[in-house]
Design a protein around this ligand. Structure first.
Ligand SMILES: [Zn+2]
Length: 563
C-alpha cells in the first residue's frame, strides 16, 4: 500500500455550475496563464501536502486521537483549497485553451482533474457524506447473530477458517450477510446521489466519472477484464477444483455440495488454507530489513536512508498495517511496518520498499512538483508487487543467506500459493468491477440477481438454493472505496508485464515466470530509465508502452499460470 493510494478519491465527487467551454484565448496568453496558475498552486498546495504527509505519519505511528485530529484538519485545509471555485474557474479556462509547452500542459491536465474532483456543490456533498456515514455506522455497530450468540467480524472469519461443521458455517455466513439488508436502501440512495453529481458534469454515471478522474476509460478497462477472463478461466477452474476437493474432504461432502460458506472468508476473495505448508520456518532467524537493504543496494537503488527514517516494528497504538509514504517529494520517504520473522513480512517489506524506490528518491528532482510522483496508483502498486514476488523463491532467498531446507518443495508450495492467490483475487475483482459498473449504470435493476449471476460466472461458486438477498451490500468497499477495486488488478497486470520485460530485455531469460535477480545493477538502471525517470510525465498507458513496448494486457499475468 502507498499513502496516496489510500488518500485518493475515496467517495469524492464533484459538480460544476456548467459544462460549456469558456471563450478561447490565444496560445501565448494561455501558456503564460498556465505558468502563473502552476506557480500559485505550488506555493499554496505544496506546503499543505507536506503538512498532511507529516500528520498522516504521526497519527499512524502513535494512534492518538489528537494526532488524528491534526491530520483531519490538514486534510480539510487541502480540500478547501482545491475546492476554491474561483481558482477552478481560472484553471478551467486554461485547460480549455492551447498550451505551447508539453510539460506544462501535462501539469495542467493533472491539476484540472485534481481540482475537478473537489468541485462539489456543498449541499449535495453534505447529503452524500451524511448518507455514507449512516451506512458506515451501520457496518460498525452490526454484529452477526446466530441464536443468542453475536459474532464480531473477526469471529466470523475465525469460524469460517476453522469450523468443520457445515450447519454452523452456513448460519454464521448467513448472519454476516444480514448487514446487507440493513443498508440496502441507503446504499441505493447513495448511488443515486453519486450519479446525480456525476451527470451534472456531463458524465454518464459516477463509475464512468471516477475512472475518468484517474485517467482510465471504462470501456478500455472492461476490454482488459474480458481478456483476463478469457486467459484465466481454465487455470482458475483447475486451481479451484483442487481446492474444492480438499475442502469437501474437510467437511465430509462431495465437491458439488460445497456452498459459499464452505470457503475460508465471506466472499471467497482469499485462498483457503487447505495445503499444509509452512513458509515461515526459513525466516525464524532472518533479518528481514538487512535482506531488503542488501537487495535494493544490489540493484543500485539503495534504501538505507528510508530504513533509518522508518518505523518498522510493532508498538502500542501504532497502525497494524504497512505503508510507504513520500512526505515531501524531496526524498523524505518512510515505511511504516510491523515486521515479524515470517514470509508475509518478507514479501510486505519488499513491497513497501518497492514503493520507496519509486518515489522522489529516484524520480528526478528537476521535474516540477506536480509531476514528481508515480504515474498512477496501478504503476506504483505494480512496481511494489513486482519486487514482492521474491519472498516466494527459495533460490532468491538463498542468495541473501536464508537457507531453505527443501528448496524445491518450498518453491513449488510457494508458487502454488501465489498462483491460487492471484487467480482467486483476479476472479473476485471481476465480480466487484463488473458489479459496480452495472450498479451505477442502472441502480434500479435486480441487484441481488446481478450479484449472484456474476459470482457464479466468474468465481464459479454455487448460489444457495432460492437465495434472494442483497449480499453485495455486505461488502463495505462498495460504500467506502467506490470504483477503486480495479486498481489492484491492473497493478498486478502491470507488475507481471514489467517483470516479463525485465526478464526478456535485461536478463535475457525466456522463462519470465521463474526469473529472479539478486545483485543486478542492470535491473535498477532499467527501472530508472524506463519508469522512475518519467514521474507523471506520461499517463499510465503511455508509460506501460514506454517501459514494456506493449499496451497493458493480461498475457504476462496469464503466462505465470499457463505452464
Ligand atoms: Zn502497495
Amino acid at each position: 500500500m502507498s499513502r496516496h493510494s489510500v488518500l485518493s478519491t475515496i467517495g469524492a465527487i464533484m459538480v460544476s455550475s456548467g459544462i460549456n467551454s469558456p471563450p478561447a484565448i490565444n496560445a501565448a496568453d494561455t501558456t503564460a496563464a498556465a505558468r502563473t496558475f502552476v506557480r500559485d498552486h505550488e506555493s499554496k498546495i505544496q506546503p499543505l501536502e507536506i503538512e498532511i504527509g507529516r500528520a498522516w505519519w504521526t497519527a499512524n505511528t502513535t494512534g492518538k486521537d489528537e494526532d488524528f485530529a491534526v491530520k483531519e484538519q490538514a486534510e480539510n485545509r487541502l480540500n478547501d483549497a482545491l475546492a476554491d471555485a474561483a481558482q477552478f474557474a481560472r484553471l478551467k479556462q486554461i485547460h480549455a485553451g492551447q498550451i505551447d509547452d508539453a510539460v506544462l500542459a501535462r501539469q495542467v491536465q493533472l491539476l484540472y482533474l485534481q481540482y475537478l474532483e473537489k468541485q462539489v456543490e456543498p449541499a449535495l456533498l453534505k447529503r452524500m457524506t451524511a448518507k455514507a456515514n449512516t451506512i458506515e455506522k451501520a457496518f460498525n455497530v452490526f454484529s452477526a447473530k446466530v441464536g443468542d450468540t453475536s459474532y464480531t467480524d473477526g469471529e466470523v472469519r475465525q469460524t469460517l477458517q476453522k469450523s468443520k461443521e457445515s450447519g454452523l458455517r452456513q448460519q454464521v455466513w448467513e448472519a454476516s450477510k444480514r448487514v446487507g439488508a440493513e443498508i440496502e436502501n441507503d446504499l441505493r440512495d447513495l448511488v443515486r446521489l453519486r450519479n446525480d453529481a456525476a451527470t451534472r458534469l456531463g458524465y454518464a454515471d459516477f463509475h464512468v466519472m471516477q475512472l475518468h478522474l484517474t485517467e482510465l476509460d471504462q470501456t478500455q478497462v472492461l476490454k482488459l477484464f474480458d481478456e483476463l477472463d478469457e486467459l484465466t478461466r481454465a487455470p482458475y477452474a483447475r486451481a479451484k477444483a483442487e481446492i474444492d476437493e480438499r475442502l469437501a474432504k474437510d467437511y465430509g461432502l462431495k465437491p458439488d455440495e460445497l456452498r459459499p460458506w464452505h470457503y475460508h472468508d465471506p466472499f471467497f476473495q482469499e485462498s483457503p488454507a487447505v495445503y499444509d505448508v509452512d513458509l515461515d520456518r526459513p525466516f525464524a532467524n532472518a533479518d528481514i530489513s538487512r535482506i531488503c537493504r542488501e537487495f535494493y543496494a544490489g540493484l543500485g537503488l539503495p534504501i538505507d536512508d528510508v530504513l533509518a527514517r522508518s518505523d518498522l516494528y510493532e508498538k502500542p497504538g501504532k497502525s497494524p498495517h504497512a505503508f510507504c509514504t513520500d512526505i515531501d517529494r524531496a526524498g523524505d520517504v518512510r515505511v511504516l511496518a510491523n515486521i515479524r520473522p515470517t514470509e508475509y513480512w518478507m514479501g510486505t517489506m519488499l513491497h513497501e520498499l518497492g514503493h520507496a524506490v519509486y518515489s522522489s528518491k529516484n524520480i528526478p528532482a528537476e521535474l516540477p512538483f506536480t509531476l514528481r510522483s508515480d504515474a498512477h496508483i496501478l504503476a506504483t502498486e505494480g512496481v511494489a508487487m513486482m519486487f514482492e514476488r521474491f519472498s516466494k523463491s527459495a533460490d532468491w532467498l538463498r542468495a541473501f543467506g536464508v537457507e531453505v531446507a527443501d528448496r524445491e518443495q518450498y518453491s513449488a508450495a510457494a508458487a502454488r500459493m501465489r498462483r491460487d492467490r492471484l487467480l482467486i483475487f483476479s476472479r473476485w475483482c471481476q465480480v466487484m468491477f463488473r458489479f459496480e459498473v452495472e450498479l451505477y449504470r442502472e441502480p434500479s435493476q435486480d441487484l441481488n440477481k446481478l450479484w449472484w449471476d456474476l459470482v457464479e460466472k466468474y468465481q464459479l461458486l454455487r448460489r444457495p438454493a432460492g437465495r434472494n438477498a442483497p449480499d453485495y451490500a455486505s461488502k463495505i468497499h462498495i460504500v467506502s472505496a467506490p470504483a477503486y477495486y480495479h486498481n489492484y488488478l491492473l497493478g498486478q497486470l502491470f507488475a507481471c508485464q514489467l517483470h516479463a520485460a525485465i526478464a526478456h530485455e535485461v536478463l535475457h531469460d525466456p522463462d519470465a515466470a521463474n526469473a529472479i535477480y539478486t545483485r543486478e545493477a542492470r535491473v535498477g538502471d532499467f527501472m530508472k530509465a524506463k519508469v522512475f525517470s518519467q514521474g507523471r510525465l506520461k499517463s499510465w498507458d503511455d508509460l506501460t508502452r514506454y517501459a514494456t513496448g506493449e499496451n497493458l494486457n493480461a498475457k504476462a499475468f496469464a503466462a505465470e499460470f499457463n505452464r
